[in-house]
Design a protein around this ligand. Structure first.
Ligand SMILES: [Zn+2]
Length: 321
């Protein structure tokens, strides 16, 4: 009996300590001081007053990540690039996790804001932390510290993530892009007849060389049964179509400029920002460049008639016959 009372007293004690700690943490946040560890959190250090201060070297990595992602790369591809180039993580090693990069792209601290109490101690006895889904009051502090990413770009990156999810859903894709360095057109060639993505195959030509061709993924979905009857296309044709389409834009520079100027005033932040970026790319291309394709191309539709439609990320469509 006595033992029970004692332990429940101890519990009460523990609860009130826990509650006090919560209160303390919140007060410190309100004063701009952080109880968070910046050790594994790249981009910031904590100064002697406990405030977040930009770490110059690390902030370059954060900026690069946001730019590469906005320019059409996936986190999987960015991870490979970072590791190949020896870009250093918080511990000085050139090793990156896809999940870390993903959460960095969603972290509001990079635009100078702070969402407090994203998680809380749900069990004050075991000190277990739980994700806050509204049980606890969260407070959002704008401009709580210096930003590394402008709020405009940060917002555009969130919209870009949503756009990619929408794109994948529409074309029944598992990933926005995969194995980009070997196959940059993956997920970007769409069947104009049935809406599914094309996939790449290698065919032997009559001279014993290999030829990369693209074919509707629905063609032989059930083995031995012909599905979608759309024709195949050569990778060379796709490259040429992309270049021709882009150069057509440049040849119609004035009209494009007018269009982008209007688009820059759009309420759709992503659309407006994309138009602003496109204005910087105003030159003819004479050779195919993967990075340039990734940041400008939405997709290429292939039709049975042999026509190709090149759709750019700013929404412009160019038909190639
Ligand atoms: Zn098809």
């Amino acid at each position: 009996m006595l033992l029970t009372i004692l332990s429940s007293l101890a519990q009460d004690e523990s609860r009130s300590i826990s509650e006090n700690t919560k209160w303390g943490i919140r007060r410190r946040y309100e004063n701009g001081e952080y109880g968070i560890s910046t050790k594994r959190f790249i981009g910031y250090d904590i100064d002697e007053d406990g405030k977040l201060k930009i770490n110059k070297e690390q902030s370059k990595v954060v900026k690069r990540l946001y730019a590469e992602y906005f320019n059409g790369k996936t986190v999987d591809y960015i991870k490979k690039i970072f590791e190949k180039e020896g870009v250093k993580n918080w511990n000085g090693e050139a090793k990156w996790q896809v999940s870390t990069l993903k959460s960095m792209l969603e972290n509001e601290k990079y635009k100078g804001d702070a969402l407090l109490q994203k998680s809380y101690t749900s069990d004050f006895l075991t000190k277990k932390r739980t994700k806050n889904k509204g049980e606890m009051q969260m407070c959002y502090i704008e401009e709580s510290h210096e930003a590394i990413i402008s709020p405009e770009i940060w917002e555009c990156v969130q919209l870009e993530t949503a756009r990619r999810a929408e794109y994948m859903k529409k074309h029944n894709l598992k990933s926005y892009s995969r194995n980009t360095e070997q196959n940059p057109f993956a997920s970007k060639v769409i069947c104009g007849e049935c809406g599914h993505a094309f996939s790449r195959k290698e065919w032997w030509d009559r001279y014993g060389g290999k030829r990369k061709i693209w074919q509707c993924g629905e063609r032989y979905k059930i083995k031995g049964v012909e599905g979608c009857l759309n024709r195949h296309t050569d990778e060379e044709t796709l490259i040429k179509a992309f270049m021709m389409a882009w150069n057509t834009l440049i040849e119609n520079k004035e009209a494009c400029f007018e269009k982008w100027k209007k688009q820059m005033e759009s309420e759709d932040l992503l659309k407006a920002y994309r138009a602003k970026e496109f204005m910087k790319y105003m030159s003819l291309i004479t050779e195919f460049n993967v990075d340039f394709m990734l940041k400008t191309l939405d997709h290429i539709s292939v039709f049975e008639s042999g026509m190709l439609t090149v759709v750019f990320l700013d929404g412009t469509e160019v038909e190639i016959k």
